[in-house]
Design a protein around this ligand. Sequence first.
Ligand code: FES
Length: 139
Amino acid sequence: MLDIQSIMSEHSGKEGALLPILHDVQGCFGHISEDHIRAIAEHLNLSRAEVHGVVSFYHDFNSKPASLPVIKLCRAEACQARGVEALVAPASERARGRVQIASVYCLGLCAVGPAAMVGKNVYARLDETKLAALIEAIR
Ligand code: FES
Protein backbone atom coordinates (compact mmCIF):
# COMPACT_ATOMS: atom_id res chain seq x y z
CA MET A 1 0.00 0.00 0.00
CA LEU A 2 1.22 3.49 -0.75
CA ASP A 3 1.99 5.98 1.95
CA ILE A 4 1.14 9.67 1.78
CA GLN A 5 4.64 10.63 0.60
CA SER A 6 4.51 8.12 -2.27
CA ILE A 7 1.09 9.38 -3.34
CA MET A 8 2.27 12.97 -3.35
CA SER A 9 5.46 12.05 -5.22
CA GLU A 10 3.42 10.28 -7.91
CA HIS A 11 1.60 13.54 -8.67
CA SER A 12 4.55 15.81 -8.07
CA GLY A 13 4.96 18.60 -10.59
CA LYS A 14 1.64 17.90 -12.31
CA GLU A 15 -0.79 20.73 -12.82
CA GLY A 16 -3.94 20.45 -10.71
CA ALA A 17 -2.38 17.79 -8.49
CA LEU A 18 -4.61 18.48 -5.48
CA LEU A 19 -7.69 16.52 -6.56
CA PRO A 20 -5.79 13.46 -7.83
CA ILE A 21 -3.80 13.40 -4.58
CA LEU A 22 -6.98 13.69 -2.51
CA HIS A 23 -8.65 10.90 -4.51
CA ASP A 24 -5.66 8.62 -4.01
CA VAL A 25 -5.43 9.41 -0.29
CA GLN A 26 -9.15 8.74 0.10
CA GLY A 27 -8.79 5.52 -1.89
CA CYS A 28 -5.74 4.34 -0.03
CA PHE A 29 -6.67 5.26 3.54
CA GLY A 30 -10.46 5.42 3.34
CA HIS A 31 -10.43 8.99 4.60
CA ILE A 32 -8.41 12.20 4.56
CA SER A 33 -7.18 13.06 8.04
CA GLU A 34 -5.89 16.34 9.45
CA ASP A 35 -2.35 14.91 9.18
CA HIS A 36 -2.95 14.16 5.49
CA ILE A 37 -4.27 17.68 4.95
CA ARG A 38 -1.24 19.18 6.69
CA ALA A 39 1.18 17.10 4.58
CA ILE A 40 -0.65 17.83 1.31
CA ALA A 41 -0.84 21.57 2.03
CA GLU A 42 2.87 21.66 2.77
CA HIS A 43 3.72 19.62 -0.32
CA LEU A 44 1.62 21.78 -2.67
CA ASN A 45 2.49 25.04 -0.94
CA LEU A 46 -1.18 25.70 -0.11
CA SER A 47 -2.75 26.72 3.17
CA ARG A 48 -4.42 24.00 5.22
CA ALA A 49 -7.66 25.98 4.88
CA GLU A 50 -7.48 25.71 1.09
CA VAL A 51 -7.01 21.94 1.19
CA HIS A 52 -9.65 21.60 3.90
CA GLY A 53 -12.07 23.61 1.77
CA VAL A 54 -11.69 21.20 -1.14
CA VAL A 55 -12.03 18.13 1.12
CA SER A 56 -15.23 19.42 2.67
CA PHE A 57 -16.67 20.59 -0.68
CA TYR A 58 -16.62 17.17 -2.36
CA HIS A 59 -18.88 14.43 -1.02
CA ASP A 60 -16.43 11.78 -2.24
CA PHE A 61 -14.01 12.73 0.53
CA ASN A 62 -14.38 11.70 4.16
CA SER A 63 -12.44 13.27 6.99
CA LYS A 64 -13.13 10.29 9.27
CA PRO A 65 -12.60 6.59 8.56
CA ALA A 66 -15.67 4.98 7.04
CA SER A 67 -17.34 2.21 8.96
CA LEU A 68 -18.27 0.39 5.74
CA PRO A 69 -16.67 -2.92 4.83
CA VAL A 70 -13.68 -2.32 2.60
CA ILE A 71 -12.49 -4.05 -0.56
CA LYS A 72 -8.91 -3.07 -1.30
CA LEU A 73 -8.62 -3.23 -5.06
CA CYS A 74 -5.14 -3.22 -6.56
CA ARG A 75 -4.70 -0.52 -9.19
CA ALA A 76 -0.96 -0.82 -9.66
CA GLU A 77 0.70 -1.38 -13.02
CA ALA A 78 0.39 -5.17 -13.40
CA CYS A 79 -3.26 -5.17 -12.38
CA GLN A 80 -3.86 -2.22 -14.71
CA ALA A 81 -2.35 -4.27 -17.53
CA ARG A 82 -4.78 -7.05 -16.62
CA GLY A 83 -7.78 -4.76 -16.87
CA VAL A 84 -8.52 -3.52 -13.36
CA GLU A 85 -9.44 -0.02 -14.50
CA ALA A 86 -12.47 -1.36 -16.41
CA LEU A 87 -13.71 -2.91 -13.15
CA VAL A 88 -13.58 0.26 -11.08
CA ALA A 89 -16.67 2.12 -12.33
CA PRO A 90 -19.12 -0.81 -12.21
CA ALA A 91 -17.74 -1.93 -8.84
CA SER A 92 -18.00 1.58 -7.39
CA GLU A 93 -21.57 1.85 -8.66
CA ARG A 94 -22.54 -1.51 -7.17
CA ALA A 95 -20.77 -0.78 -3.88
CA ARG A 96 -22.05 2.76 -3.44
CA GLY A 97 -22.96 3.48 0.16
CA ARG A 98 -22.65 -0.15 1.25
CA VAL A 99 -19.05 -1.20 0.63
CA GLN A 100 -15.99 0.97 0.27
CA ILE A 101 -13.75 0.26 -2.72
CA ALA A 102 -10.28 1.43 -1.71
CA SER A 103 -7.37 1.61 -4.10
CA VAL A 104 -4.14 -0.10 -3.11
CA TYR A 105 -0.95 -0.41 -5.06
CA CYS A 106 0.25 -4.01 -5.25
CA LEU A 107 -0.85 -6.93 -3.15
CA GLY A 108 1.93 -9.19 -4.38
CA LEU A 109 -0.42 -11.04 -6.75
CA CYS A 110 0.75 -9.33 -9.92
CA ALA A 111 0.80 -12.49 -12.04
CA VAL A 112 -2.80 -13.34 -11.19
CA GLY A 113 -4.40 -9.90 -11.13
CA PRO A 114 -6.62 -8.05 -11.04
CA ALA A 115 -6.35 -8.65 -7.32
CA ALA A 116 -8.18 -7.48 -4.22
CA MET A 117 -8.06 -7.95 -0.47
CA VAL A 118 -10.84 -8.08 2.11
CA GLY A 119 -9.56 -8.29 5.66
CA LYS A 120 -6.78 -10.86 5.44
CA ASN A 121 -8.25 -12.70 2.43
CA VAL A 122 -6.94 -12.12 -1.06
CA TYR A 123 -8.80 -12.59 -4.33
CA ALA A 124 -7.16 -13.01 -7.72
CA ARG A 125 -8.11 -13.10 -11.40
CA LEU A 126 -11.03 -10.79 -10.75
CA ASP A 127 -13.44 -9.85 -13.49
CA GLU A 128 -16.61 -7.80 -13.27
CA THR A 129 -18.73 -10.83 -12.27
CA LYS A 130 -16.33 -12.04 -9.57
CA LEU A 131 -15.91 -8.55 -8.13
CA ALA A 132 -19.69 -8.05 -8.11
CA ALA A 133 -20.07 -11.34 -6.22
CA LEU A 134 -17.42 -10.24 -3.72
CA ILE A 135 -19.23 -6.95 -3.12
CA GLU A 136 -22.54 -8.78 -2.59
CA ALA A 137 -20.87 -11.27 -0.25
CA ILE A 138 -19.42 -8.73 2.15
CA ARG A 139 -22.04 -6.01 2.28
S1 FES B 1 0.13 -4.98 -9.34
FE1 FES B 1 -1.73 -5.71 -8.50
S2 FES B 1 -1.04 -7.24 -7.16
FE2 FES B 1 0.80 -6.40 -7.89
